[in-house]
Design a protein around this ligand. Structure first.
Ligand SMILES: Cc1cc2nc3c(=O)[nH]c(=O)nc-3n(C[C@H](O)[C@H](O)[C@H](O)COP(=O)(O)OP(=O)(O)OC[C@H]3O[C@@H](n4cnc5c(N)ncnc54)[C@H](O)[C@@H]3O)c2cc1C
Length: 288
């Protein structure tokens, strides 16, 4: 199908983009990599009157480590994230997630900001964003707003972003001690989207006790979520295979799983328990 007719503008500064979004609120959409929005428009699931292409705003593309945080500009592509040395070293699960997205064409054009705003329930980043306790920095007419990842993903393709706000960057705190992270998924073969994806971030003290465990799950429910029960069960424990397995048996507790042509709800719940365990084991193996 062909998209409905629309106007197209290319601001060259973030301020101009915010002003345009405010002026046309409710009728305009931000265009980043276009790998989710354009298909939605062609299917007439989205019909904005105006596209505001932020692709030529240089101040939105960067990966920086400063003041105990890694800051990632919203327009940074999946390809840059998967190959960034600082992300591979410090936020390995995020690099894993980026490298598992679609194919190289999608990773060359798609952006982290576009992916989290689109909030596809099967997208990869949200699991890692939640497990790393990221903060989403937005810019709107009232200025900057900081949204914790735990409050950002609200429902199926719905986030806490206001219509007149732009995501500016994603901030992730850097852990000081012995830490490791991993993201693994069972992918839908044609698109690469997650049938179930799990990200784990762990911290160990000098005695080898888990001082922190965070597990983010995507692809299973209407939006990504944290698996709180295994996190609590593993905290302050010396990890063993049996303890991890027993804890991760609770990873799907209370979750209402999606059901579609790719997988039944029960299958997704089974995968949640399995992938949570595998992600925790992989994160511990990588800890340094
Ligand atoms: C064939 C194919 C396979 C794919 N496989 C996967 C996969 O395996 N895993 C996965 O996670 N994803 C997958 N994707 C989706 C891909 O990751 C997209 O790139 C991503 O979801 C959207 O990013 P984008 O930059 O293209 O955003 P766009 O399509 O440009 O925008 C998406 C939405 O976000 C809004 N938006 C974009 N940037 C901002 C911003 N900075 N502030 C406010 N709003 C903004 C837009 O208005 C729109 O509503 C696939 C896509 C395709 C086409």
């Amino acid at each position: 199908m062909i998209a409905q007719k629309f106007e197209y503008v290319v601001p060259t500064s973030l301020g101009d983009a915010v002003n345009l979004l405010q002026k046309h609120a409710g009728h305009a959409k931000i265009l980043a990599g276009g790998h989710s929005l354009i298909p939605m428009m062609k299917l007439r699931l989205a019909a904005p009157e105006l596209l505001i292409d932020i692709g030529r705003i240089p101040e939105l593309t960067y990966v920086k480590e400063e003041s105990g945080k890694i800051r990632i500009g919203a327009l940074t592509t999946h390809q840059v994230i998967e190959s960034s040395d600082v992300i591979k070293r410090r936020l390995t699960a995020l690099a894993d997630a980026a490298g598992l997205i679609g194919d190289i064409q999608v990773r060359n054009k798609g952006t982290i900001g576009g992916s989290i705003v689109h909030a596809d329930p099967a997208a990869d980043y949200p699991a890692a964003i939640l497990a790393f306790d990221a903060t989403i920095v937005t810019l709107g007419p009232q200025g900057e707003r900081l949204i914790p990842a735990s409050k950002f993903f609200v429902d199926l393709m719905t986030t806490a972003l206001e219509q007149n706000e732009i995501v500016r960057e994603i901030q992730i705190p850097v852990k000081a001690g012995k830490t490791g992270s991993a993201y693994l998924k069972m992918a839908q073969k044609a698109s690469g989207f997650a049938i179930c994806g799990a990200a784990a971030v762990i911290e160990l003290d000098t005695a080898g006790v888990l001082t922190n465990v965070a597990i983010g799950i995507t692809g299973v429910g209407s939006h990504a979520f944290r698996a709180g029960k295994p996190e609590a069960a593993l905290r302050n424990q010396k990890p063993s295979r049996d303890a991890i397995k027993a804890a991760c048996e609770k990873a799907s507790d209370g979750i209402i799983a999606l059901e579609d042509i790719h997988a039944s709800a029960d299958y997704r719940l089974d995968l949640t328990r399995i992938y949570a365990r595998r992600a925790v084991e992989a994160a511990i193996e990588r800890a340094e």
